[in-house]
Design a protein around this ligand. Structure first.
Ligand code: ATP
Length: 253
């Protein structure tokens, strides 16, 4: 069952940012969250990660109300990579990634082999092994982003929530991150602006506009020329890619 949202409403002051949002993330699948700037993607992800509480509606994790699950249990299960996640402290990369193990440790347990293995594996998957002892402030924007992804992977979550994780990455690392997340045997929810990457790697997509879900389903079912025109205000032609069979969008000049 994984994460389910039922009729979520979230307001800031008198402004309704999310308005009746309902969906279900299938276990083990990659769900892409699309929508123009300001459509509510980050707001929704912050509710799912329990950083904010909805004004109305419920989020359930395996059928249990998220608001009633202990913070520690949520932290063991859900990893969240925020869009502008950073730190001012000049930690080493490995110190940041080690933080991912925090929810799994008790007052009495020391650092274990399992913790070290999870950190090593996460650094390797994020392509950051060679930078493990580098100082945070010496990293490029993309390297910081990959270190945050390694921190989330070290958490060994069952649900991984990523807010535009590819926005600072070069094309090689964009593709390898999308491939990595698609191959993980966990539920992932990923906000993206690149519609072709979303179509290529995600199992299902949700499209948001002005705080509402306006389309949901498999990429080939929902990515249409009309949707791109109405929601994203672009003219495009869409055809199945001869290389990977998923929809490929050709934007018109
Ligand atoms: N703390 C806040 N105070 C006031 N308005 C906010 C706040 N957080 C979000 N909003 C508003 O809520 C709306 C949705 O914002 P959100 O960041 O969720 O959109 P988004 O789809 O993630 O956008 P982007 O693609 O630009 O990252 C926007 O109109 C934004 O201005």
């Amino acid at each position: 069952m994984s994460i389910k949202a039922d009729n979520l409403v979230w307001k800031i002051g008198s402004k309704t940012v999310l308005d009746g949002v309902s969906f279900e993330a299938e276990p083990g699948k990659m769900l892409g969250l699309l929508g123009p700037n300001g459509s509510g993607k980050t707001s929704l992800l912050r509710l799912l990660a329990r950083l904010k509480q909805p004004n109305a509606g419920t989020i359930t994790l395996d059928g249990k109300n998220l608001a009633k699950i202990s913070r520690r249990t949520v932290a063991k299960r859900i990893a969240f990579v925020e869009q502008h996640a950073t730190t001012n402290a000049n930690f080493r990369v490995v110190d940041v990634v080690n933080l991912g193990r925090f929810p799994h440790r008790s007052m009495f347990s020391g650092w274990t082999r399992k913790d070290s293995d999870a950190v090593d594996d996460a650094l390797q998957r994020a392509g950051m092994t060679a930078k493990r002892n580098d100082r945070w402030q010496s990293l490029s924007g993309g390297e910081k982003q990959r270190a945050q992804i390694a921190r989330a992977l070290a958490q060994t979550p069952t649900e991984l929530i990523l807010d535009e994780p590819t926005n600072h990455l070069d094309i090689q690392h964009q593709i390898s991150l999308m491939r990595l997340v698609a191959c993980l045997p966990i539920t992932s929810i990923i906000a993206l602006h690149d519609l072709n990457h979303a179509a290529m790697f995600c199992d299902r997509l949700i499209v948001m506009q002005s705080g509402r879900i306006v389309a949901a389903g498999a990429p080939e079912d929902i990515l249409t020329q009309d949707l791109l025109r109405e929601v994203f205000c672009v003219d495009a032609r869409i055809e199945p890619s001869p290389y990977h069979a998923r929809p490929h969008i050709h934007y018109l000049r």
